[in-house]
Design a protein. Structure first.
Length: 172
């Protein structure tokens, strides 16, 4: 019970800190494609420097407004709203949070996903990456976050990397 109250307090505090669309003072992830690196603006004062979408649409996708896509020309994903509060059905009995994460591969290669918590100790995030999606194109996945918190996730395929940071809150 005490742990649940503590997480709720943290979630309420962080929810107030990250409300609204803020364009300045943010850090977004580094993206790497075959050795080319680009980093976006950052602020060391931010408790969780969440990645904002860059609007780079994956092949075959269209967006009319409010794009949540992040991509670098080789890999793409759709970001959660940040901070993200999972639904109760996304939380397992052990407290881990499992979220679907779509990926698109513009390069040929098997997708791997790794994640680490930035704001505290936790086991690494793990991913379920089903087979049957071909060597490139869309790839359905599910990422398991062992705890709520600030998480850095990196997808890799065919020599390309795409990294994003998300703040995963405890469910309400």
């Amino acid at each position: 019970m005490i742990v649940r109250v503590a997480w709720l307090s943290v979630a309420l505090f962080l929810g107030g800190c990250f409300g609204g669309e803020q364009e300045s003072g943010r850090r977004t992830a580094e993206t790497t494609t075959h050795g080319a690196v680009s980093t976006q603006s950052s602020s060391e004062a931010e408790p969780c420097p969440v990645t904002r979408p860059n609007g780079n649409l994956p092949p075959g996708e269209t967006s009319t407004s409010g794009s949540r896509y992040l991509g670098n020309g080789a890999l793409w994903t759709e970001l959660y709203p940040n901070p993200f509060r999972p639904r109760p059905e996304d939380v397992h009995a052990d407290g881990s949070i499992v979220l679907k994460v779509p990926w698109w591969r513009g390069v040929i290669g098997r997708l791997t996903i790794a994640g680490r918590r930035l704001d505290g100790d936790a086991p690494p995030a793990s991913a379920w990456i089903p087979t049957g999606y071909g060597r490139r194109g869309f790839q359905s996945t599910a990422v398991t976050y062992p705890t709520p918190g600030c998480w850095e996730v990196t997808g890799r395929a065919g020599g390309a990397n795409l990294t994003f940071i998300s703040l995963i809150l405890a469910p309400a």
